[in-house]
Design a protein around this ligand. Structure first.
Ligand code: ATP
Ligand code: MG
Length: 567
């Protein structure tokens, strides 16, 4: 029997879904071969169409770990939903009970892969690119909530035609990382996919390559069993640069009759989903494409400058991990920098090209892949193509402007000063500073070096470095705009909104997911609470626990200083 409370929950859920419709499956083409392929849960080639219908594979006896309170509020979702069986089932992958107005439709999409601007087919088991795409991400719902369309996607919800022989699952470890990082990024005021819920199960384990305890190995040494989990992430769309590329490549090669049409459809759909406020519907196709390139360039360059502002390294910034809406997507091989190093890269599979300070160039490469995908739609219009290429060639200039502007703000300056910046970077490298603590302490606008030393990983012994720091600080203080105590306070407040105090450090994450594996979610909740207020001072107790440098004995330790497996 349904009690009163329970009924109310179902009503709330009904209210939420009554607004849903299916933009993706109604407006785009499905895989024409889907019906002949049974449940679509094994690797196969998908030759055309924008999506494949595939039912999620539920995790058994789902255990609730967390949800994003902030995001629930933004969506107008009641916390009561978390007690609704329907809600829990849907977001742990069980669609068997879905009733109207929700449709029992779920889908995965194909995409292509370029690594650092180079087209790859080798990652596809068929070597054609037709078997690459969402291997474990399945969208289950689109809903218009407060006039904004959101797509709800389960990560780790089982195999799809793009699973490439893998299990289609995400483990608890990587799911906790993604769940927390997404909401952290949002609280850092950086565009991102969002976290809705996180469920795990003790009924299914999968194996992943990992390290022995306290190992220094760069390569995984053992296979470990980990509990599975499903995070639901939510975004305005999950269209990636790689997805445009898939259709761009097919159109370029004229692979089938509708190839160019399918490219045009996905591009117009992208504009509809991500750029409808910036690009007028009345424009001609080529005008829309030119505006799209401009807008995406603007968003992508801002995004990367922001990542560097807060010390975020994506780690695997391939075209398939680059959201065409210009926000952060795929928190697998990511890390927040601790000890400053321009070449910082925590993912062993990533390489220097995806390292911290190389992200603007990785973004440029993704932008080029994006442009190449759209070109088949402009090939008959020379003028439009020329204008388009001008935008393409302007990327580095725009990126540089955004970076300089970001550095100026990070340093509390009105204008970027090359010399001051370069001196600082060299000093930060020579001194080994904690990136977050250094800029936060600088935001207090200190008179001398003493408080900045809090961010140094080694005691300052070298007199020469001391002299360099003192002179740097003196020049910096002469360039910032402070006349009196009041203007100093004002600048300090301003700088603290640019330079976060709390950042999701990997060794905190490790403790949280290790405890969670034993059924204790206290640290997950604590991190969620603290990391969604990254610019706040917070309490003394929190400061002592989380505003601290990485402990010396954790340097070089596998699984903390570097990770091998992001899935
Ligand atoms: N366990 C798995 N089962 C099936 N496919 C997988 C699995 N792990 C990764 N993949 C697929 O391999 C490709 C590369 O993985 P990558 O780590 O970039 O993405 P991801 O973290 O799974 O997903 P996303 O980019 O959707 O956040 C993706 O297409 C992904 O779907
Ligand atoms: Mg990915």
């Amino acid at each position: 029997m349904m009690n009163k409370n329970n009924k109310k929950m179902i009503e709330i859920f009904d209210e939420l879904i009554s607004l849903s419709d299916y933009s993706f499956v109604n407006k785009l083409n499905g895989d024409p071969d889907a019906k002949q392929n049974g449940d679509n849960k094994s690797a196969r080639e998908v030759f055309s169409g924008h999506y494949v219908e595939v039912e999620p594979t539920a995790i058994k006896e789902p255990i609730y770990i967390s949800h994003s309170e902030n995001f629930f509020k933004e969506l107008g979702f009641s916390e009561q939903l978390l007690k609704s069986d329907d809600f829990i089932k849907l977001f742990s992958g069980d669609m068997s009970n879905i009733s109207k107005p929700i449709q029992k439709i779920a889908w995965a999409t194909g995409y292509a892969l370029s690594i650092y601007g180079r087209e790859y087919y080798a990652q596809c088991p068929f070597q054609t690119g037709n078997g690459y795409g969402d291997g474990r991400a399945i969208s289950v719902l689109e809903a218009v909530i407060n006039d904004k369309r959101w797509e709800f996607q389960l990560k780790g919800a089982g195999k799809t035609p793009y699973c490439r022989g893998a299990d289609g699952r995400a483990v608890l470890r990587s799911s906790i990382r993604e769940f927390l990082a997404q909401e952290h990024m949002n609280s850092l005021n950086i565009p991102t996919s969002r976290s809705l819920t996180l469920f795990t199960s003790k009924k299914e384990q999968v194996t992943r390559p990992w390290f022995r305890d306290n190992s220094y190995s760069m390569d995984p040494e053992v296979m470990i069993e980990e509990d599975v989990a499903i995070t639901t992430r939510v975004a305005s769309s999950f269209i990636r640069v790689g997805q445009l590329e898939l259709f761009g490549r097919r159109a370029r090669k004229n692979e089938y009759k509708n190839a160019l049409k399918e490219l045009e459809m996905i591009v117009l759909h992208l504009i509809d989903r991500e750029y409808s406020e910036d690009i007028s519907q009345d424009l001609r196709l080529e005008e829309k494409i030119i505006s799209l390139a401009n807008e995406f360039q603007s968003r992508l360059t801002s995004l990367v400058a922001n990542w560097i502002r807060v010390g975020y390294c994506q780690g695997n910034f391939n075209s398939d991990n680059c959201a065409a809406g210009g926000f952060t997507l795929d928190y697998g091989p990511f890390g927040f920098i601790e000890m400053f190093d321009p070449k910082y890269q925590s993912w062993t599979g990533g390489g220097v090209h995806f390292s911290f300070f190389n992200q603007p160039i990785a973004a440029l490469k993704n932008f080029k892949s994006f442009c190449n995908s759209l070109k088949p739609l402009l090939s008959s219009n020379k003028n439009a193509l020329e204008e388009f290429e001008k935008i393409e060639n302007n990327f580095s200039k725009v990126m540089q402007e955004k970076m300089q502007n970001m550095w100026a703000k990070k340093l509390g300056l009105d204008n970027f000063n090359v010399e001051l910046f370069e001196d600082l970077i060299n000093l930060m490298i020579d001194t080994k500073v904690d990136y977050t603590i250094f800029f936060r302490e600088l935001s207090n606008i200190p008179n001398d070096m003493s408080s900045l030393e809090k961010s140094f990983y080694e005691n300052l012994k070298d007199e020469n470095i001391k002299l360099r720091w003192n002179s740097w600080l003196k020049i910096w203080r002469s360039l910032i705009n402070i006349k009196d105590e009041e203007s100093k306070q004002k600048l300090s407040i301003q700088m603290k909104l640019i330079n976060p105090k709390y950042i999701l450090r990997e060794w905190h994450l490790v403790k949280a997911y290790q405890e969670a594996q034993n059924g204790n979610y206290t640290l997950v909740n604590e991190l969620q609470e603290i990391m969604t207020k990254p610019y706040d001072e917070q309490t003394k107790e929190i400061e002592e626990k989380y505003y601290i440098k990485k402990p010396k004995d954790l340097f070089g330790i596998a699984g903390i200083s570097h990770v091998s497996c992001s899935s």
